[in-house]
Write a protein that binds this ligand. Structure first.
Ligand SMILES: [Zn+2]
Length: 443
């Protein structure tokens, strides 16, 4: 079926003033001003109230943390004490609780205009060995595109690390399960709904063997590599004490300084490291809310981008953001970029580029993140009917400047997944009730 998304109020695409035509999972035509579709469409969607964006792409998250938002154990703490306190709450995670957390995160993201999400799942207490399988099942059910990142933690208190012994796994288990989920779920084809990335929590949280083994597996299966990196200046102080080198050097030694890798945060690189990351083609997922909450620094987005690094956006785990709203992440990154670099350095269009094309590059995808012929039909449509937008002149800039937070329509792979602000096939009230009940187990 050919669907014409007709005459949008505005659209973030070149030569598509009269909208786009979608057939199957793809965009097959962009209709320029004064033109009509080349082939008569089978159906038309009147988009005259809608600002049409490429679906937003979330490049970093921890879905399970939706169960511990605004948690008393974490309030007002510095990064490391916060992490240590929360890890002792998260180790209670069960398959049932994870499933409902994942469903909530996916729905919340989708309602904010997100069509592809990367989740960094690194929590594997006994009984939760099938966490990745649960994520794949839930994403498939809801129809959101995902890069499911098989995370890992391997150095615990007994080995001088920070993590409790209860949530780490040994290197063999990590690497065997990484291979298992790659074989089962990693789809390299264009238009893939599920891809798998390998994602040790950080180069400091796993033995070198896991970093190296992950890089080898990623090469073999043509998959992406992901980890946290340089989330605070303390990280490099610790790296120097424990390993005698900085985090970027540890990454390079493990074979990770390649275009397969994207890292989360990246706050405190020195100028030479920024150049090295750019030359290697590493991507960085900027998590603005997390930068602000933990106040360890601001990701040097503009410098990184100038060096050739792909800048994507991540909402980050709900415990270090408390919200999984991708449009909010766009606004936050714009505000924080201007705070660091000045008002002309980061426009709403820059922030939107990071949250779409930039994140897509981080995930190694050239089939999403842009509205153009041949791209996947992943779209986020916003109306400007709320008081906050009234009087706005530039409809696209208004989304970031006036604070859009909920999409009216969301399409993934050519199918409407949000209609009139409601997720298709999801009883939102019942989901919230179930999620709240599950969260009580983590009080
Ligand atoms: Zn994170």
């Amino acid at each position: 079926m050919r669907l014409w998304i007709k005459d949008p109020l505005a659209i973030l695409a070149a030569s598509a003033e009269r909208g786009i035509v979608v057939e199957g999972a793809e965009i097959v035509e962009c209709i320029a001003r004064g033109r009509s579709p080349a082939i008569r469409p089978d159906a038309t969607f009147d988009a005259s109230r809608h600002v049409v964006l490429p679906g937003l792409v979330n490049a970093h998250h921890h879905f399970y943390q939706t169960l511990t938002r605004a948690h008393a154990a974490g309030l007002g703490k510095e990064l490391i004490p916060w992490l240590m306190a929360m890890e002792r709450v998260w180790d209670r995670m069960t398959p049932e609780a994870l499933r409902i957390a994942v469903r909530m995160a996916l729905v919340e993201l989708m309602l904010s205009g997100c069509t592809t999400a990367a989740d960094h799942h690194n929590l594997f207490p006994p009984g939760l060995e099938n966490a990745i399988d649960i994520e794949v099942e839930e994403a498939t059910k809801l129809g959101l595109r995902m890069t499911v990142s098989r995370g890992s933690m391997g150095i615990s208190e007994k080995d001088g690390g920070l993590q409790p012994d209860s949530i780490v796994q040994d290197s063999d288990t990590i690497l065997e399960d990484s291979e298992r989920v790659l074989r089962l779920y990693h789809d390299q084809k264009a238009g893939a709904m599920i891809r798998v990335a390998l994602a040790p929590c950080s180069p400091l949280a796993v033995p070198k063997r896991v970093m190296e083994g992950s890089a080898e597996l990623a090469e073999r299966f043509d998959a992406r590599l992901h980890c946290h990196l340089c989330q605070s200046p303390d990280e490099d102080v610790y790296a120097m004490q424990a390993f005698g080198k900085r985090s970027v050097d540890i990454l390079e030694e493990a074979g990770w300084l390649t275009s397969r890798t994207w890292v989360a945060h990246g706050i405190c690189f020195d100028p030479a490291e920024i150049e090295r990351l750019g030359r290697a083609g590493v991507g960085v997922s900027h998590c603005a809310a997390s930068d602000m909450l933990f106040a360890q620094g601001i990701c040097p987005t503009v410098d990184l981008e100038a060096a050739g690094v792909a800048i994507g956006l991540g909402v980050d785990g709900s415990a270090s953001n408390d919200s999984s709203n991708m449009m909010e992440a766009v606004r936050h990154s714009m505000m924080l970029g201007r705070l660091r670099y000045g008002p002309s350095a980061v426009t709403p269009y820059d922030a939107l580029r990071w949250g779409t094309q930039g994140s897509a590059r981080c995930l190694g995808r050239d089939d999403i993140g842009t509205i153009a012929v041949g791209m996947q039909a992943d779209l986020a449509l916003f109306t400007l009917d709320e008081p906050r937008f009234s009087g706005a002149q530039d409809p696209i800039a208004a989304l970031a400047l006036c604070g859009a937070h909920r999409a009216d329509r969301v399409m993934v792979a050519g199918r409407w997944r949000v209609i009139d602000g409601q997720p298709e096939g999801v009883d939102l009230k019942a989901l919230i009730a179930k999620h709240k009940a599950a969260a009580r187990g983590f009080a």
